[in-house]
Design a protein around this ligand. Structure first.
Ligand SMILES: NC(=O)c1ccc[n+]([C@@H]2O[C@H](COP(=O)([O-])OP(=O)(O)OC[C@H]3O[C@@H](n4cnc5c(N)ncnc54)[C@H](OP(=O)(O)O)[C@@H]3O)[C@@H](O)[C@H]2O)c1
Length: 218
């Protein structure tokens, strides 16, 4: 089960990509499920709407023994309204991006000023969650077409985290969605995936992405 917090351009594109890959999906937004019905009928017809506070709640289709997997696709300027308790115990894929024009909550700004990357700032805000940075440096248009390219010319996407099991799980999801996962050494290293970095919005093969990031094996 894939859980997506945020049902805008990115969240619904991910839901469609998951649907094409046969991955069951739950999705939440700031609006309650009833108010999302028409929106989802148009943009993510097979996703099940749930209240945001239930996005990481146990579901019969969550693999037993594994923590829920939640992709965070809420604009960073809105993250102050995301209650950290909703995500406690989950593997959280931080797919959000730092845009200069977006105002930030004080906790976020303080973490960035202390030298953290934006995903480390998100992780500091979410005690009890395991944060992995991924799925942020691809546009929603390219998420939509991912599964349709052949295995030979798969686009690579970075996966950065400090917990090997969580990173492996997110890399598996990335592959299932039709991309070639490239693992970075740590959550802090995920700074290279942010806007303005060498791979943001660049359709690169795995060797080219590794080269651009200066990773071994390139
Ligand atoms: N767009 C892309 O191509 C793309 C690709 C990769 C990553 N990203 C990143 O993903 C994030 C979202 O981008 P987007 O373009 O999808 O934004 P968007 O179209 O504005 O959608 C934002 C979504 O977040 C929901 N939301 C806002 N506050 C919330 C809250 N407190 N709790 C739950 N849900 C909340 C909104 O709910 P409502 O629908 O109820 O308003 C909406 O569904 C950004 O950080 C962006 O940089 C975007």
């Amino acid at each position: 089960m894939l859980n997506i917090l945020g049902a805008g351009r990115a969240g619904t594109a991910l839901a469609r990509a998951a649907q094409a890959a046969g991955v069951p999906t739950r999705i939440a937004a700031s609006r309650p499920p009833g108010a999302l019905r028409l929106h989802l009928a148009q943009y993510a017809p097979r996703a099940t709407a749930v209240p945001a506070e239930c996005i990481a709640a146990d579901d019969a289709r969550t693999a037993p023994g594994l923590p829920p997997l939640v992709v965070l696709m809420v604009p960073q300027e809105e993250l102050d309204a995301v209650d950290p308790a909703w995500l406690r115990g989950a593997v959280v894929v931080d797919a959000t991006n730092r845009w200069d024009e977006e105002p930030l909550a004080d906790w976020f700004r303080a973490s960035l000023e202390a030298g953290l990357s934006s995903s480390e700032a998100v992780a500091a805000r979410l005690p009890g969650a395991t944060v992995v940075k991924a799925l942020n440096h691809v546009s929603h248009w390219d998420l939509d077409t991912a599964g349709r390219s052949g295995a030979a010319d798969r686009r690579a996407l970075g996966v950065a985290g400090d917990d090997a099991g969580a990173v492996r799980r997110v890399a598996d999801l990335t592959a299932r969605l039709g991309f070639e996962p490239v693992v970075l050494p740590s959550l802090a290293a995920g700074r290279a995936l942010e806007p303005g970095g060498p791979v943001f919005n660049q359709p690169l093969s795995a060797p080219a992405l590794r080269r651009a990031l200066g990773l071994a094996g390139s």
